[in-house]
Design a protein around this ligand. Structure first.
Ligand code: UDP
Length: 242
């Protein structure tokens, strides 16, 4: 899977369509393969530049998918375009639908207690063929106990929503305990459970989801400053390669 990757400021993204990606995931689920999906956005690309250990974990994942329009813009600007944006949230939705169709076992980890409870309730209600083998909020003391529980329950898919880079470090450390498709999904349970609304379609179409999130949560301004910083680095890289 590492053949067709596009390097953006040190992070190597897979360059496939969502449809191709979903085919790979279907095969992985059918084969009970052990896979690790990461979904970097510009903020994560910048974090990986500052942390070699984190960068190695990201680049060694089985799938590195472009979450965020900034990645698509950056790739185009560097003359190495990527097919399309594939978000962590869309991948979560694809995986729960596939798990329901294939009657698979799922484990949910992360987010606040009420958010993970609401996510579990939604799975039970809307995806009744899924065997939800367990769930736990993301505010635990002993990660070893959680990892042990996940391994014992033998899920086919493990969704980990601890925020980045915590979730990637967690998956990297424990994924060998049991064969599953492991994915770090950031704040996706907040949206999946209905606790937070995803940006309305018009914002999504105009690639302005970030603006919607900022209006809802002004404290994200610090994190969002990563985007101009990232675009600046892309422009510098572009000039150097000319
Ligand atoms: N979170 C968690 N444990 C922690 C820190 C964060 O479970 O120790 C959860 C938090 O509740 C939220 C998610 O991780 O659901 C991260 O959300 P954020 O909006 O930062 O993620 P993004 O989608 O922006 O990466």
């Amino acid at each position: 899977m590492h053949k067709n990757r596009v390097n953006i400021l040190g992070t190597e993204f897979d360059n496939f369509t969502a449809k191709q990606f979903h085919h790979y995931l279907d095969a992985d689920l059918d084969n009970n393969a052990n896979k690790f999906i990461v979904t970097p956005n510009p903020e994560i690309v910048l974090a990986a530049r500052k942390d070699t250990k984190f960068s190695k974990i990201v680049n060694n994942a089985d799938y590195v998918i472009p979450d965020g329009i900034g990645i698509i813009k950056g790739a185009k600007s560097l003359g190495t375009p990527i097919h399309e944006r594939i978000t962590g949230f869309d991948t979560l939705q694809y995986l729960v639908t596939a798990a329901n169709r294939k009657q698979l076992k799922v484990y949910l980890l992360g987010a606040k207690p009420e958010v993970i409870q609401a996510s579990a309730d939604k799975i039970k209600k809307d995806y009744p063929q899924i065997e939800l083998v367990g769930f736990h909020d993301g505010y635990f003391k002993d990660e070893g106990i959680i990892a042990e529980e996940i391994a014992e329950k033998r899920p086919n898919i493990v969704f980990v929503a601890l925020g980045s880079p915590k979730q990637e470090f967690f998956i990297n450390k424990y994924r060998e305990r049991t064969n599953a498709v492991w994915i770090g999904v950031g704040g996706s349970f907040d949206v999946f459970s209905g606790t937070k609304k995803r940006a309305p379609k018009i914002f999504q179409t105009l690639s302005l989801e970030w603006l919607y999130r900022l209006a809802k949560e002004p404290t994200r301004i610090g994190r969002m400053l990563a985007i101009p910083k990232y675009m600046n680095l892309i422009n510098k890289e572009k000039k150097n390669s000319n």
